[in-house]
Design a binder for this molecule. Sequence first.
Ligand code: FMN
Ligand code: SF4
Ligand code: SF4
Length: 331
Amino acid sequence: MEEQKPTFEDLKPMLRPIGIEKGVMKVDPEQCTSCGLCIENCPFKCLEMDEEEHPRMKQEYTCLSCFNCRVVCPTQAIAIERTFNVRGGFFDTQFPPMKMPREPKDAEGKATEWNPVERMILERRSVRHFKETPIPEPLLHRVLEAGRFAPSGGNHQPWKFTVVTNPDFIAELETTFQGFWAGLYQVFSNDETVINMVGVVPTGVFDPRTQGGIRCVALKELPIFFKAPAVIFLGANTKMNDAEVSIGICGQNMTLVAQSLGLGLCWSNFGGVAANALPEIKGRLGFDDPWKIQSTVCLGYPAFKQSGMVPRHMRPVTWFRPGSPEPQREE
Ligand SMILES: Cc1cc2nc3c(=O)[nH]c(=O)nc-3n(C[C@H](O)[C@H](O)[C@H](O)COP(=O)(O)O)c2cc1C
Ligand code: SF4
Ligand code: SF4
């Protein structure tokens, strides 16, 4: 018997999610100097100036509660009114509340300072605005070496890198990939064609945040490579075990070392996915089978300060402590 294909109506809860509560940031006009940095630094261009030259949320926007607007504000004028949430429907994954990092304590439980590594991890934010200044190659080598020395499943070391510092080539890739996403946005927007993407892309691609990102890329509100002076393509060998996880760690090593060298960095899956989907470009970048492009990272000197601590979901931690047969949940 021929298997019945699911219809758009069957899949509608996943394809057109409901219950989305967009993040809401609120600006205190008393403290705001109208510098516009928060508008510039918002990846999804959620904010616009009101009549009094103070930022407000646009009518239509996607806010993923990254708080990159808050970390750039020189006067702490931005408060969080609501964080992104989905209540009900397919993508209601029961988000716990967002909280700032737990204050650090020493081994005896007494209050202490963050150490430099912790501070670097907690204050790191994605940097999407760079100076034109090129990154000296010796520094790029240090970033690449940090990646090469990451741990990997079975010591497979399943990575390979391509570094692009030629601004003309980065601009060419930006144009090509933007076209790719603009085309895909049409497919996702149309009830009749979106169904073709089911099973082709992971379910998470239909999450409203990813869809919001695709929309912003299609509308040229979110660049793909942010005019970064260097883009590193992270390749994964598909014959090697657990390559995706190992490459994630490899990229995080690069991120931290880049930061320690005074550089800023933003991952770009919009760059990685497009490069991997376009065979001619994938080959040109040096990733023929069995290699795939897992992701990309964009690096450069930050154009302005884009770092600072922000809240994150407080996921519950389950503990099995000595002498206690029952687990204890820490919210
Ligand atoms: C695997 C991965 C892919 C990402 N891809 C993109 C991307 O294509 N474009 C983008 O602007 N940000 C991208 N990001 C950055 C995330 O949006 C960012 O990490 C998140 O919003 C949290 O903000 P923060 O990095 O400032 O803490 C990516 C991050 C990761 C880890
Ligand atoms: S939290 Fe992030 S996405 Fe939301 S308005 Fe601020 S910068 Fe934009
Ligand atoms: S960054 Fe702060 S001071 Fe500048 S426009 Fe935004 S809210 Fe106002």
